[in-house]
Design a protein around this ligand. Sequence first.
Ligand code: LLP
Length: 441
Amino acid sequence: MALTAPLSSSDEPSVAALVAARPHLSMHAFDGLVLEGVPLAHIADKLGTPCWVYGAGTMRARLAELKSALAGLDADVHYAVKANDHLAVLRVFAQGGAGADVVSGGELMRARKAGIAADHIVFSGVGKTVGEIELALREGIHQINVESPAELAMISQIATSMNRTASIALRINPDVDAGTHAKITTGKAENKFGIPYDDAAALYAHAATLPGIAPVGIALHIGSQILSTAPYRAAFARAAELIRTLRAAGQTVTRMDCGGGIGIGYQDEPGASPAALAGAMRIAFGAMGLKLMVEPGRWLVGPAGILLASVILVKGDDRFVVIDAAMNDLIRPAMYEAWHGIVPLAAGNAVGATSRIDVVGPICESSDTFATNRALPALPAGARVAILDAGAYGAVMSSTYNARPMPAIAMVDGDRWTTIRKAQTVEDLWANETIPEFLAE
Ligand code: LLP
């Protein structure tokens, strides 16, 4: 169970339990819900709702925890930019010594803009374009994770024409079930990702003969929101076996990219942890003299981000609480049946008798629902709420559906905070649109 809301809500954590389980959050009688050292009501007063709030101190602490779990493993962290690509977020991780895992030219340029050195960048993805490969080679990034023979041929040709050598890893598909939601599992044979395990050794040997290509290692990423170490152990065992086969055949293999995917406790479900992942890495690769890499996104930023919203009105005999954030802002519940904690900002709203309610957005789709049959204290019109654990795959997956401008983003760092993205205006929505001459009259 990871992303799917349980039919019976009896095992759902209370508002108090949600806050208690998150060290970056606290509830105060006067200030209400506080992120790190800043009352969220204060930010909502200043920026209006909906708006996003990211905790820089929380991100920094999580990176430090990950790095300490990996201590002694000769492992580098490449933050998966796709989870949250804001420049300020990337800067926090750059300052903490992380590199970046990117999946597009745009992400690569964001990482560079935020100050991440090119040789700390790994480029993943099943469909890199010629332009993106040229960019990666021009920038001199650390490694390109190759996902197909066709892509390998493309990189060889482009690198040769640019007089460069591309360091590549082969991303293998280990055919392991990560036990997560079907839409975010990536390491099974039927998924589009990676090179079939049985083809990898021959392709690695072929890569070594190609001009412009330096094969340096193996990569894998089996899925996201993974809550147990078993799939990692299975995938790593297969990768280690492949590396032994390659080395026995005389190939040089110096790097192993172990992917991302560490899950977080949205409902406070016990999960995999960096320490457990590190343990699995140590067992599989500990004695192989490899440079190891991990590329988590969600675990680093998920808990550090919050979406603030206000109750517009309550309808249907108090069953539907309609808030001003919607699926265009945070699509995870609609897309993956994801469960996100909802906590009132005001201490007074957070206590008292609970009743079963649906928290919904204003968009004209039934999937615009943040919580179904959730036990929550009364949330009258004007009450404000925090939607928790929205730092990963939140703002990055937003759209302007229903002509809803993108909200502002604030960053908290201890007891400081500032706006790190202005809200879009409605005029911004059509700034790049034109009405053609032929529709003039
Ligand atoms: N590396 C690669 C190659 C990936 O494809 C991904 C995520 C990651 C690393 C980072 O995975 P993480 O540590 O964040 O689990 N939108 C979905 C998640 C999609 C994940 C895609 N790949 C969600 O909201 O749950």
